[in-house]
Write a protein that binds this ligand. Structure first.
Ligand SMILES: NC(=O)c1ccc[n+]([C@@H]2O[C@H](COP(=O)([O-])OP(=O)(O)OC[C@H]3O[C@@H](n4cnc5c(N)ncnc54)[C@H](OP(=O)(O)O)[C@@H]3O)[C@@H](O)[C@H]2O)c1
Length: 165
């Protein structure tokens, strides 16, 4: 199972403002949507799920098979309790790739458990003094190999990395 993490970030590594606002560009959204439509699933944390549901964002990305990670017990088979369970569920459903799509707490636990194979970072032309980090504080260190860079627009660059294991 190939696990791909895809995030839009500020030039200093934030994925949202403290109030959850994300002022990302149309080009970034387009690139993210294309990746979701290719992989056809996403794994997200409970908080990101609630924000996306409220914003009607699932329809805009063609309603991928969505797995929500949460510690809470929910009467919904798409809710799981850990990153490993998310991967197992998608395996069971016949997927060979997984798209991890935030937020910072979920991203961090996938990294800490060594489950991620590739990362896409779309670097948007912003700096935030505070906000939600790409990876919530956690104890891990990872070496990367740069696979590709792509200019998504005049101001937005995409970095595509492989995680070296
Ligand atoms: N820039 C981007 O591309 C991008 C993408 C996605 C999201 N975002 C932003 O990210 C923000 C949300 O990020 P966040 O870090 O605050 O929250 P989050 O990671 O979306 O959700 C956190 C919640 O997910 C559950 N969770 C995460 N990891 C878990 C694990 N290993 N085991 C069990 N449960 C786990 C827990 O839910 P319970 O509390 O239910 O236990 C936790 O409270 C929002 O502002 C959103 O807009 C940005």
């Amino acid at each position: 199972m190939k696990v791909v993490l895809y995030m839009a970030i500020t030039a200093n590594g934030y994925i949202a403002k403290e109030n959850n606002e994300t002022p990302w560009s149309d080009e970034e959204w387009e690139s993210f949507s294309t990746k979701v439509k290719e992989i056809k699933n996403i794994v997200i944390g409970r908080k990101t799920f609630e924000i996306m549901e409220k914003g009607g964002e699932f329809q805009k990305i063609d309603n991928p098979f969505t797995v929500i990670v949460s510690n809470k017990k929910e009467n919904n088979s798409n809710f799981v309790n850990s990153p490993e369970q998310a991967i197992d569920l998608l395996k069971e459903k016949g997927f060979s790739e997984v798209l991890v799509a935030g937020g910072g707490i979920l991203n961090s636990s996938f990294m800490q458990k060594g489950l991620v194979d590739e990362i896409y970072l779309d670097i948007e032309p912003f700096l935030f003094g505070k906000g939600i980090k790409l990876f919530a504080d956690n104890d891990f260190e990872t070496k990367l190999e740069l696979l590709e860079t792509k200019q998504l627009s005049k101001n937005t660059i995409q970095l595509h990395y492989k995680i070296l294991k």
